[in-house]
Design a protein around this ligand. Structure first.
Ligand SMILES: Nc1nc2c(c(=O)[nH]1)N[C@H]1C(S)=C(S)[C@@H](COP(=O)(O)O)O[C@H]1N2
Ligand SMILES: [Mo]
Length: 426
């Protein structure tokens, strides 16, 4: 960053206002006193030799200097890596699209290897004509493109009892956001002859994957005929193996467990199946010990990705960019507020783009840091008027027995040195 200030002060300065410009000026002046910068005054090796040819990396990976921007897991969380989870490095990403190569993975029986030519999708149950589609068949139906977030219901689940994991990657990284290409599930159900005259409202679909776990889930017909997508591409290319190659179900705004990977069967039923994944798992145990089921929609939530424990402030006081992500399964994010004092006072952040329904929204607070400690929080609001709750508000309703569906406000304690820590304020 300091090199950047020395080399190109004007573009940065032009963008700063008032006292911010003065602070930046001080940084620039201080650096100039250190004498001429060889990075500016001397011809560097990268400018006096040749770079790599176009055939060096037929499929590119990030440059080696970015090698710490990777998925990570929490070893003690699961007994083995086959039925486990890893986390998106959200603290190090910007914008909203998650590259597939670092998007979190959640498997119940490992990521399977399934070729397009071995792929079959069956639609059976209460339909006129049970059908089996090949991959090539799917490619002949009209396609749509949509950006959606996929959040595991267990995201932030380890934080119910108190601040636990030290990093946005671990507290909030069970989420990714991709542009999907696929065929609406409605199109395929209609192809199989869904009895449109019948009472569709009472019907459900049971969806399952080709992996050993099958991850079977029941979805009410309204959602199945709504915005569900049978997707085969993500971010412009084929789905990665770990995200369900060659075909996964996309269930916008609803918990990640419903997004069946390696989708192999859609059965139309007249009721929910009550499978393992929707009874003993992914239900919310309340304070009185009873469990709430069918918590499908992911409520509005947000997190500051930087500064955060894995992304400390490495410069002195003056201009500081605070940034994070916000999302809601109910629709678009309408506003995000940021607090530096643990929720006592709030400032409205700038949304990088207008909120998009059921997709991640990037927010920025371009601010001044006085070098003092901060208790950073963000609070999302969605188009329905819903406001992201504090941890205390959520505990009042849900108690402390829950694991899933924790969308509470997160606090990072930033110390004068710039390091940050996961804390809880009361
Ligand atoms: N077939 C199958 N689909 C599955 C799973 C699985 O284990 N098998 N895991 C589910 C869970 S719990 C989540 S959170 C999402 C995760 O999707 P990802 O691995 O692309 O991040 O996939 C869901 N779909
Ligand atoms: Mo999940």
């Amino acid at each position: 960053m300091s090199e950047f200030f020395k080399g190109k002060p004007t573009s940065r300065r032009a963008f700063l206002r008032g006292s911010a410009a003065a602070a930046a000026g001080a940084v620039t002046a201080g650096a100039a006193k250190a004498g001429p910068d060889p990075l500016i005054t001397e011809v560097q090796p990268w400018a006096s030799g040749l770079g790599e040819g176009v055939d060096a990396t037929p499929y590119g990976l990030p440059i080696e200097y970015e090698s710490d921007v990777v998925r990570r897991n929490v070893e003690w969380l699961t007994a083995d890596t086959i039925s486990s989870i890893n986390f998106t490095p959200i603290h190090a990403l910007d914008g909203t699209i998650t590259p597939q190569g670092c998007a979190f993975e959640r498997h119940h029986s490992g990521a399977i290897d399934l070729k397009k030519e071995d792929y079959r999708l069956m639609i059976n149950g209460l339909v006129d004509t049970p059908l089996v589609f090949t991959y090539a068949d799917l490619e002949r139906f009209p396609r749509e493109n949509h950006v959606y977030f996929c959040e595991c219901a267990a995201n932030t689940g380890m934080e119910w009892a108190g601040a636990q994991l030290n990093g946005a990657q671990f507290t909030h990284g069970m989420i990714h956001n991709m542009e999907y290409t696929g065929v609406p599930l409605r199109t395929l159900l209609e192809e199989a002859g869904l009895d449109a005259a019948g009472v569709l409202d009472d019907k459900w679909v049971y969806v399952e994957g080709a992996d050993a776990s099958s991850n079977g889930r029941s979805i009410p017909m309204g959602k199945a005929l709504g915005d569900c997508l049978v997707a085969f591409n993500a971010n412009g290319e084929a789905l990665r193996k770990e995200h369900g190659y060659p075909v996964r179900l996309v269930v916008p705004g609803w918990e990640g467990n419903l997004w069946v990977k390696w989708l192999r069967r859609v059965e139309v039923t007249d009721g929910p199946v009550e499978s393992r994944e929707e009874t003993s798992k992914y239900t919310d145990t309340l304070a009185d010990g009873t469990s709430r089921k069918w918590t499908w929609v992911m409520d509005a939530k947000s997190v500051i990705t930087s500064p955060s424990p894995q992304s400390p402030i490495t410069h002195g006081k003056g201009p500081l960019v605070i940034t994070g992500l916000a999302w809601s399964g109910h629709g678009a994010i309408s506003r995000v507020d940021v607090s530096k004092d643990g929720g006592k006072t709030w400032q409205t952040a700038r949304l990088a783009r207008e909120g998009e329904a059921k997709a991640l929204t990037r927010f920025y607070l371009d601010t001044e840091w006085d070098g003092e400690e901060m208790l950073l929080q963000s609070r999302a609001m969605d188009e329905t008027g819903y406001v992201q709750p504090t941890k205390a508000q959520l505990r009042e309703v849900r108690g402390e027995n829950s694991i899933y569906h924790n969308n509470c406000i997160q606090t990072w304690w930033v110390r004068p040195g710039g390091e940050a820590e996961n804390v809880e304020v009361s």
